[in-house]
Design a protein. Structure first.
Length: 118
């Protein structure tokens, strides 16, 4: 059976200052380092997973959107999983050691190799 680990969950937010007050001051989460993606956001590291906040307007994308609300699963055979998804007719967006797909209900799921940049 393939190994699957929850890596992070990401939420699209509308006001970073307001969200930081909630997650940091009220919930007590500590921010962790976040790369500069060219749009505002914040990352937190509760436990072994992360919570990513993404401040962006909805893109209107009909396919997988890496900046939409999503959760990420670490998988041990990304190439094999990619082929199974393509064979099943799913559209994917790839970037390095990670890819995004929409589930049957339209939720974006990120799939990533162990150790891929978060």
């Amino acid at each position: 059976m393939p190994k699957h680990v929850l890596d992070h969950a990401a939420l699209r937010i509308t006001d970073l200052t307001r969200s930081r007050e909630f997650y940091e001051e009220l919930l007590g989460l500590t921010p962790v380092s976040r790369p500069d993606f060219g749009f505002p956001g914040a990352w937190y590291g509760p436990g072994h997973s992360q919570l990513h906040l993404i401040e962006r307007e909805a893109s209107g994308a009909t396919g997988p959107d890496p900046t939409s609300a999503h959760f990420a699963i670490e998988v041990d055979d990304l190439s094999g999983l990619r082929q199974r998804l393509v064979d099943a007719g799913y559209e994917i967006v790839e970037f390095g050691d990670q890819m995004w797909v929409r589930d049957p209900d339209g939720y974006t799921v990120e799939l990533r190799r162990p150790g891929a940049m978060r």
